[in-house]
Design a protein around this ligand. Sequence first.
Ligand code: PCA
Length: 212
Amino acid sequence: MKKVLITGFEPFGGASINPALEAVKMLDGVKLDGGEIVICDVPVTRYEAIKAVTAAIEKHKPSYVITVGQAAGRASITPERVAINVDDFRIPDNGGNQPIDEPIIEDGPDAYFTTLPIKAITKALQEKGIPCQVSNTAGTFVCNHLFYGVQHFLRETDIGHGFIHIPLLPEQAAATDQASMSLETIAEGLRLAAQATLDNKHDAVIGAGKIC
Ligand code: PCA
């Protein structure tokens, strides 16, 4: 039985909740067709985040890893295409770190592409009525940092990994004009993403390009 490790970030920036962690907690032990979900929680702290996920990879020995974080303002679930080798933190992380234009891995490649079938994932969610779009930037904060660091750790393995950003919960967005999505929809979207990952060894050829 293949394991899919799905990880969720803790709250950050003074917030008391992170929908990534809440959704991932709902998926612990969930059975998939041909697999099972295992989870871990991740501190929003430079390098500690990478350490938490690589320790969980060593413990669970998954076939696939899906790292998940909150992206305030996004209206859909967004599988990320690319991680870049730069930390440029607009706010301090939970450890008080605020690097500006520093590499994540000294002498690492400029970028890593996802090794998840993000077009197939996007199609699977859209077909179930869950808003989902490929994203071409994971930002330059701890989410991109984790995405890059885990890709680097897995670079010589056949373990697939990618990052998915999710919207705020309605209660987080209630006093703002930002988009939101219910916890149940986010969790179901992540479950479908894990299933689509197991089902698609090769990604679907579907256009998701953007003109700025
Ligand atoms: N979102 C932040 C870090 C943790 C999280 O859930 C980000 O997008 O970088």
